[in-house]
Design a protein around this ligand. Structure first.
Ligand code: SF4
Ligand code: SF4
Length: 399
């Protein structure tokens, strides 16, 4: 099937920005592992250009090239021509989506547009997962699927969060989907950090997925529906604080996502402009000896939002000694559902990241994204390492 103007596609103006210089290639994790041009940013953009300009088919080979991409945006940060690769890969995947085999398409639609928007269903699944892990039943599911699942403890999944905490202007905690069931202790620590930054941390009514996964995996309409729901819940607050890199990076683009919707464009832009990642806050923290902390930068912080210095500064103020990984901030291979879709590439990136963490000798690694935390924890378990994974908010608040 050739290019269809009725379907979403990478913008022609974005595509022509690429001058094929190749300066991004050494920064691309999939190119570094495979050495294949088809697994490089330049090769992927050339394929998008062939579809756009020459009517090349959106076929299985095109789909594989786009699916092998981590959407880590390291190429975007490295590109001197300002190629906005992040939004191009999202559009290319939306272009591929209608051409996927019907069973796979149905499964993805069920997960991204059926389950994720319903937080009550996500919570029930989280509790089911906690019980399966506690009883060992999770060993019956395929390894790749189990590797992508967070470790959920029943006590955490059921842990109540306060409705309000602190003093000052109201700042909403974005509770999200996976974070809400598997990382409640991170939410509690985030509320402490928000309060230490001079706000009243508020847990809003409602809550649920921000839509990032749907946007990244070719379902922009589902992403827009979830964005509208979150905007309606969060627009009353002075600040919206997010503690997952993928979600904060996505929510800061709500204005762009809903720019064509006259009823929501201004509201979306207003919420996007008030959204911050918790790592961008400047809490007043008491310094106490916290020892060595290895620092993992999530791609959606490092490349998507250019967040790197502030969390290091805050952790140092809290008494930590930062140990850099020395791997150029390369992706850990989590990338949403990448471990399930591309298990070999994901496992190699996980191994490289684990080695880099263990080589620092630090007993703790700071990780501020749920997907990365799951991936890195698995890598460390597989390597027999005792390094603990903690969100920076937990370390800052003394957890
Ligand atoms: S994406 Fe940027 S760095 Fe990479 S080949 Fe194109 S112009 Fe060069
Ligand atoms: S987003 Fe990451 S994996 Fe994809 S082409 Fe760019 S650097 Fe490579």
């Amino acid at each position: 099937m050739g290019w269809d103007p009725a379907l979403p596609a990478p913008d022609a103006e974005d595509i022509v920005k690429c001058v094929s210089c190749g300066l991004c290639l050494p920064h691309c994790p999939t190119f570094r592992i495979t050495g294949r041009e088809t697994a490089s940013p330049r090769g992927r953009i050339a394929a998008m250009r062939a579809v756009e300009e020459d009517g090349a088919p959106v076929d299985a080979a095109f789909g594989t090239m786009m699916d092998e991409c981590l959407a880590c945006r390291a190429c975007e940060t490295a590109c001197p021509s300002g190629v906005p690769f992040g939004r191009m890969i999202e559009a290319a995947r939306a272009q591929v989506e209608p051409r996927r085999p019907a069973p796979l398409r149905g499964l993805k639609r069920l997960a991204l547009a059926g389950v994720l928007p319903r937080q009550s269903v996500v919570r029930v699944l989280g509790l089911g997962l906690a019980m399966a892990q506690a009883t060992g039943l999770d060993r019956l599911v395929p390894r790749a699927l189990a590797a992508s699942a967070p470790r959920v403890r029943l006590t955490d999944a059921l842990r109540p969060l306060p409705r309000r905490h602190g003093d000052g202007p109201a700042a909403a905690l974005m509770t999200g989907c996976v974070m809400d069931v598997a990382f409640r202790e991170v939410h509690a620590a985030t509320m402490e950090v928000i309060a230490a930054a001079g706000y009243t941390a508020v847990r809003p009514h409602g809550g649920g997925c921000c839509g990032a996964l749907a946007a990244h995996y070719g379902h922009p309409e589902a992403a827009r529906r979830m964005a509208r729901r979150r905007i309606a819940e969060l627009e009353l607050y002075e600040l919206v604080v997010v503690n997952s890199a993928g979600c904060s990076g996505h929510m800061k683009h709500y204005g762009e996502l809903l720019a064509d919707d006259p009823a929501w464009a201004d509201r979306a832009e207003a919420v996007a402009s008030r959204t911050v990642d918790v790592l961008e806050l400047r809490p007043q923290v008491a310094s106490s000896a916290r020892g060595d902390v290895a620092m993992h930068d999530a791609c959606h912080h490092l490349n998507g939002q250019l967040i790197a210095d502030q969390p290091r500064r805050t952790l140092r103020e809290a008494g930590a000694t930062i140990c850099e990984l020395g791997d150029g901030g390369r992706c850990c291979g989590a990338a949403g559902a990448y471990a399930m879709a591309q298990p070999e590439l994901s496992a190699e990136l996980r191994r490289q990241k684990t080695d880099a963490i263990v080589a620092t000798g630090a007993p703790i690694v700071a990780v501020a994204n749920p997907g990365c935390a799951i991936q890195i924890a698995k890598g460390l378990r597989d390597a027999g390492s005792s390094v603990r994974v903690a969100h920076p908010a937990q370390l800052i608040s003394g957890g």
